[in-house]
Design a protein around this ligand. Sequence first.
Ligand code: LLP
Length: 437
Amino acid sequence: MGRSDCGSPWPTSARQAPACGQVTVAGVDLAEAAERFGTPVYVLDEGEFRDRARAYRDALPHADVAYAAKAFLSRAVVRWLREEGLHLDVCSRAELELAVIAGFPVERLILHGNAKSPEELREAVRLGVGRIVIDNTAEIARLVALVPRHDRQSVMVRVVPGVAAGAHRAIRTGTEDQKFGLSIDHGDAEDALERVLAQPRLHLLGLHCHLGSQITSVRPFLAAIPRLVALMARIRDRHGVVLPELDLGGGHGIAYHGDEPALEPREFADDVARHLHRACVEHGLSVPKLVVEPGRALVGPAGVAVYRVLAVKRTGSRVFVAVDGGMSDNPRPALYGARPDIRLIGRRGAAATRRVTVVGRFCEAGDVLVPDAELPTDVRPGDLLATPAAGAYQMSMSSTYNLVPRPPVVAVRGGQARVLLRRETVADLLARDLDAN
Ligand code: LLP
């Protein structure tokens, strides 16, 4: 993905001027963006997002690449996806509506969810969503009731291949100790597949699985393939149906720090193609069309969060650097023990550094952004701190804890910045309160 002066977790377009501490992304000075849009501010490099989308399309020219909206979605992102020829995976009414409002082709949408509401299913069928991924048997009858006579809804069935993968317990979904999917080992998957096949109003496209998130090796995917293909072969043997598609979900990991590995689309594509081919030959099956659903790998490295330091204090043996954001815009450290990379930007800091704890502004001791950051000794109130690889699962998971308005998301391209999501206002927050006594 080219070269960044700032190192690997930063967007390729990031450049630094060490003499003055200036950092630019896509030609936009982050300190100027902080002045103009206020802090905290999330900066999203459109070129990085598009390059990553293209890298997936190039590596997997015969597959459908569906971006997972849950990582971050806005109308502009929908447009970029449409233009880059990607598909889109949504999992709620509003994600679905946003995609449709922004003109995304419905046949390229995939609807997910372990507990889709009747309304979500109804809307998806009505709009003609390309694939609905069934996660439990109750959905089968519900869907059948919604599909008009002589019509057919294309579906996949989410199965649990029994492969553990992912960076944290909360985001591992490939084994049976969690809520998603239907067990292959216990026969639930096969039972559901049989029921779907018995419904003329449902068109079974294939199997779906999602092993987990922030997976940095291709090995778990390769381990899942023989199990999935064996199930496809059983379906062929028992029902005479050859399933045309296989969806391996998302979960492709990124580097949050310079020394961390990332799952490269090219390596993933080559290894998966080889293993899939081999497994299919073994069972005498034709190779199904592949679907993949990366979210983080597209948008994560495109994002940078910029905070302003509000206070620096020593308590006991620790130095706390408090910034104006924290666990509401980035809940990942509190939820998964994530440790963002962080650096001083906008001015040159002292050469000497010290270990500090960067904390947020929210009313919990657990609101720690980085427990052991190495920052210049002279970091002081008014300074700007930036964390790279901030594009995924931060703004999309942000909350309004302490009634603090959520930050804006600003897209940058060719030296220009434009607001995708404006900063929330106090008025926005208070507007929901109807003051009913
Ligand atoms: N497909 C399905 C069915 C999923 O459930 C997910 C993510 C994805 C695709 C995309 O996964 P990705 O490529 O982005 O890893 N909040 C957590 C991550 C939760 C992921 C949930 N499902 C985090 O911040 O690490």
